[in-house]
Design a protein around this ligand. Structure first.
Ligand SMILES: C[S@@+](CC[C@H](N)C(=O)[O-])C[C@H]1O[C@@H](n2cnc3c(N)ncnc32)[C@H](O)[C@@H]1O
Length: 242
């Protein structure tokens, strides 16, 4: 596993130091998804490195690099719906193709997601979203058999503004990762934003890392983005199926 260090010495105002542990750099994704250079992706990564972009923004940019109109995607943790809306915008097309299968164990989260969809997308686009009040470990039960999934996204932890006691857990996250692995098509991505500041968060990150580290190099590219001097900052993990 290679490691790159980006230090803030180019700009003394900035204090972030980032460790990028990767079996291959993020840019390797481009050789599989498109040969066209995407300067905005570079901008977002540089923004993240210099503390101007959030982990979720980087995740959305990476999704945009992988997704096409008409794709089928899974939001494994709908929460307040921001990720659902972001991925819907990337896959929805005029002909009504593209699907977002969203799930959350809290009905409050699904209601928030539904309200955000009402506010931000058209009724036709909203019809492309299917929401399920279930644990993401059961995702294979709600998707039609042999569905070709391009993206499974996890934004782990608790519902912002909700009950902080209801959180994702290592056990069900691992089961959901195993299910995602089976459903993903070649060129697909499992994307995780992992929070470590709450009880169980660090253990959950270790579970995610162990899962990703165990995938064969021939079939998968697995990388992690982590702030070194902000130990409670969210960690980004991308698992790309070659
Ligand atoms: C950090 S929030 C997600 C934020 C969301 N993606 C957004 O854009 O607003 C994490 C969500 O995961 C949900 N969750 C917890 N355990 C879950 C499970 N086993 N299956 C599905 N969702 C779960 C929580 O209810 C919470 O709404």
């Amino acid at each position: 596993m290679s490691a790159l260090r980006f230090s803030s010495r180019f700009n003394p105002m900035l204090s972030n130091i980032i460790l990028v542990q990767t079996k291959s750099l993020l840019f390797s994704f481009s050789s599989f998804s498109s040969s066209v250079r995407k300067p905005w992706l570079e901008d977002e990564l540089v923004g993240y490195i210099f503390g101007k972009k959030k982990a979720t923004e980087v995740a959305h940019l990476v999704w945009r690099h992988v997704l096409h109109k008409g794709d089928i995607v899974i939001d494994a943790t709908c929460g307040n719906g921001y990720d659902t809306v972001a991925m819907l915008k990337m896959v929805a097309d005029e002909s009504g193709h593209g699907r977002v299968y969203g799930m959350d164990i809290q009905t409050e989260a699904l209601e928030n997601t539904s309200s955000l969809l009402d506010e931000t997308v058209t009724q036709k686009e909203k019809e492309l979203v299917k929401l399920f009040p279930i644990c993401h470990s059961r995702m294979d039960e709600v998707l039609p058999e042999n569905t070709a999934v391009r993206l499974v996204a996890f934004n782990l932890g608790y519902l912002p503004g909700g009950d902080k006691g209801i959180i994702t857990t290592s056990k069900t996250t691992l089961l959901a990762l195993e299910a995602s692995k089976k459903m993903l098509i070649l060129g697909g991505l499992i994307s995780l934003v992992v929070y470590v500041g709450h009880p169980g968060g660090r253990e959950e990150l270790e579970t995610v890392e162990a899962f990703a580290s165990g995938l064969c190099v021939d079939g998968w590219i697995c990388c992690k983005f982590q702030m070194l001097n902000r130990p409670l900052a969210p960690v980004l993990v991308f698992i790309f199926k070659r």
